[in-house]
Ligand binder design. Structure first.
Ligand code: KG4
Ligand code: ZN
Length: 336
């Protein structure tokens, strides 16, 4: 049978997810249980609370993924799981579940990188072609990843401080928005104007790195100053000005790296890939500056954390017989 079914498990942060993926490209099921409601009242993810939720959810989520796909463990070619990066307690729940399943059903185990997963989410839309460049923007990461071939990664630039999503969430908190602030700020940005002209750090520097902590501080200072003086603060203009600065830097550096590397495809990946302003600006910039490059932007359900993307990335490892042993451990600081 020319069909490889991978059962994939993802539990690196605050989503418990399991999926069944056929040949690295077709989603037979993708069950995602979000814990956001439990973390909202704390204004951020509480690791201990996250681990406890994963323990409660994981077995049912895996069963639901198999059932929705209409398969049993006997049909599965391998079990893949996110080994890192992420929260150690959260990762361990997925890793333990995957090891138990692989052992009990005598299946190969695949240890998959979460960031690789975000990139390979794009393979669920159609074939990806190398060489490619991926802009990975999430709550924990902001990096430009060059892939000369399937399964090969080279980080050409990354944030030196905050991740883009982290800056969104921190500003959201100062503005009193519910956690995570990214989505709401994005919506507000579309109703406001770029009146503040916040700094675009490192935009003209001769490298592909990013820095968002100065921008974050500038935005938070502007909010505090206005509050202290009793000035009217227009949160929609703050959101629009912040978003314009983030998007300008992300797009400028991505386009420059793409030109230097000479690529076939440009992929957007990670939770912040859901950002409407970023999606539009990147689409426009590629159309005008890189007409020969194919831009792939995942649909919203593949931007945030999910196990389908882990199953897509794991297929490359499956073909290379890159299997893990049952002594696999979680690796919270894992690099690509
Ligand atoms: O990839 P992800 O689900 O988790 C990590 O691996 O970090 O990304 C979550 C991040 C959060 O910071 C969230 O605020 C941000 O993605 N996010 C957005 C939007 N939707 C989610 N940021 C900006 N605009 C959005 N529309
Ligand atoms: Zn993620």
């Amino acid at each position: 049978m020319n069909e490889t079914l991978i059962l994939a498990i993802e539990s690196s942060c605050d989503e418990t997810s399991a999926a069944v993926i056929k040949n690295g490209s077709e989603v037979l099921s993708n069950i995602v249980a979000s814990q956001i409601k439990s973390h909202m009242r704390f204004g951020g993810v509480v690791p201990e609370v996250a681990s406890r939720h994963h323990v409660e959810q994981i077995t049912q989520i895996i069963e639901a993924a198999l059932e929705t796909a209409g398969i049993e463990m006997a049909d599965v070619a391998a079990v893949s799981v996110t080994e890192g990066p992420g929260l150690v307690g959260s990762l361990l729940i997925g890793v333990s579940a995957a090891k138990a399943l692989a052992y009990a059903h005598n299946k190969p185990l695949i240890a998959t990188n979460h960031i690789a997963g975000h990139i390979y989410a794009n393979q669920l839309l159609g074939p990806i072609h190398f060489p490619l460049l991926a802009l990975v923007v999430s709550g924990g990461h902001t990096e430009l990843v060059y892939m000369p071939a399937d399964g090969e990664f080279e980080i050409v630039g990354e944030t030196r401080d905050d991740a883009a999503g982290e800056a969104y969430d921190k500003i959201g908190r100062v503005l009193g928005l519910p956690y995570p602030g990214g989505k709401v700020l994005d919506e507000m940005a579309h109703k406001g104007k770029d009146t503040y002209n916040f700094p675009r750090a490192m935009i003209n520097e001769d490298n592909f790195d990013f820095s968002f902590s100065g921008l974050k501080s500038a935005v938070i200072n502007a909010i505090h100053n206005a509050r202290q003086k009793g000035d009217d603060l227009d949160p929609e203009n703050v959101a629009a000005s912040f978003q314009a600065a983030v998007v300008d830097v992300l797009v400028a550096k991505t386009i420059r790296a793409a030109k230097e590397k000479g690529i076939k495809q440009l992929l957007l990946a990670g939770g912040v890939a859901a950002n409407k302003g970023l999606r539009q600006a990147l689409t426009d910039a590629v159309a005008s500056e890189l007409p020969d490059v194919e831009l792939i932007i995942p649909p919203l359900y593949l931007c945030g954390d999910n196990a389908a993307m882990i199953g897509a990335a794991a297929y490359t490892q499956y073909k290379a017989q890159d299997f893990a042993s049952l002594s696999l451990n979680a690796r919270p600081g894992l690099m690509l």
